[in-house]
Design a protein around this ligand. Structure first.
Ligand code: MTE
Ligand code: CO
Length: 395
């Protein structure tokens, strides 16, 4: 509870004059590009050293427990690259459309920026998000268990507009998207999706894409696994079948218990996580508290989020606040009083198709534990009586 003003024991932060009141602050010439306060320095993307052999083919994670609302600040969007960040001069960047088209074309960035634009807010989730958690609780923090996700406002051109310009041949059924990074990462995309809602984006959150996010051009594939969102996009080839690239055969396929593999599991199913409290954000106070979290679905919008404080025995419907958009993060809250009891905190999302996020056991019945990808099971945080919070699993 807030302290009563005018108490017998005066607070020097109220009665005294502080340094920042005594001296002039920085002038408008000191910060041509603004950065967060120095007191927020610890809020950064973090990686997990032992996860990958090199930093160039690796991932760092969005600090979800330090964010609010639904927009991910550009500088905190997790990064996943196969061969590091390509630093591309936009004047030298080209996008070629070739293959089964009437007019193979090469676009400059200026060509693309003279085509009709759209603005859309979408989440990007790596298929490997929560991938370390299949065999049990592993990483201590929602940054690491769920932080391969970001939610960004994109500006770009509808891929359909670009394809219309090139003129697709009737036998075109698939596209191959290829990046200009050292990996030349490429992936096959069914034409039906490409013509539906895919964007070729050059801006995020109102300014040019960050180098880490694919500057100057990336694919935006709403609701589908992050690997398809090719960064540093340099080529789109039209063909009549998938290319069977590395990223859709040896990687990004889902190994089942019987040894078979699911492939082309493009869509990210509904999922949610409580970001506060969580292991990096323990409860500090008894009494009034705000539980907060994020929910999303690659199949549509979030209809409802239920929260349990007792490991799934009782559920209450959380309050969703802020815009609820298609294939975007939604922010939920439960305002509650904590008396210091141990809690097992969970959240369960339901999307506009009626799909309900499964428990980890339900998921394992269908998927086994051999997979890395598409783990959307319900997360449990154990909040101890002192407020410390841990990643746990209950049967
Ligand atoms: N595109 C290229 N060219 N190279 C890459 O390594 N990584 C993919 C995808 N696009 C990748 C890429 C993967 S696996 C994911 S999850 C997303 O980009 C990550 O996007 P982000 O770095 O903006 O978070
Ligand atoms: Co990925």
């Amino acid at each position: 509870m807030p302290a009563a003003a005018g108490s017998a024991d005066p607070d020097p932060l109220i009665t005294g004059v502080q340094d920042w009141q005594r001296y002039l602050g920085d002038g408008v010439d000191k910060r041509p590009y603004g950065l967060p306060s120095k007191f927020e320095k610890h809020i950064v993307r973090r990686d997990v050293g032992w996860l990958t052999a090199s930093a160039e083919s690796s991932v760092n994670f969005t600090p979800l427990h330090e964010l609010d609302g639904i927009i991910t600040p550009s500088g905190l969007c997790f990064e996943r690259h196969h061969s590091g960040v390509a630093e591309i001069d936009p004047g030298s960047h080209r996008l070629m459309i070739n293959g089964l088209v009437d007019r193979p074309l090469v676009f400059t960035m200026d060509d693309i920026k003279r085509m009709p634009r759209v603005n859309k807010l979408y989440f990007l989730e790596c298929a490997a998000n929560s991938g370390m958690e299949w065999r049990g609780a592993q990483l201590n923090g929602c940054q690491f268990t769920h932080g391969m996700i970001h939610n960004v406002m994109y500006t770009g051109v509808s891929l359909k507009v670009l394809l219309d310009e090139a003129g697709l041949r009737p036998n075109a059924k698939w596209l191959m998207l290829e990046g200009a990074d050292a990996a030349g990462m490429n992936r096959s995309l069914p034409l039906e999706k490409a013509l539906n809602d895919v964007l070729i984006a050059f801006a995020m959150n109102g300014e040019a894409l960050r180098p880490e996010q694919g500057y100057p051009l990336r694919a935006v594939i709403p609701g589908w696994e992050g690997n398809l969102w090719v960064k540093w996009l340099r080529r789109i080839e039209a063909g009549d079948q998938p290319w069977q690239t590395r990223e859709e055969t040896s990687k990004y396929t889902d190994l089942l218990a019987d040894g078979r593999s699911r492939k082309h599991t493009f869509i990210m199913d509904a999922k949610s996580v409580v970001t506060n409290p969580s292991p990096q954000a323990p409860l500090k106070y008894k009494g009034r508290n705000v539980l907060s979290g994020l929910a999303w679905s690659g199949r549509g919008s979030i209809k409802r989020v239920d929260v349990s404080l007792d490991g799934g025995r009782n559920w209450q419907t959380a309050r969703i606040d802020g815009p609820v958009l298609d294939k975007s993060l939604a922010r939920f809250y439960v305002d509650f009083d904590w008396s210091g009891q141990e809690m097992m905190v969970q959240s369960r999302a339901m999307d506009s198709t009626g799909y309900v996020q499964p428990s980890k056991d339900e998921l394992r019945k269908v998927r086994g534990v051999n997979s890395i990808y598409h783990n959307n099971g319900i997360q449990t945080w154990l909040v101890r009586s002192g407020g410390e919070t841990e990643n746990v699993e209950i049967g």
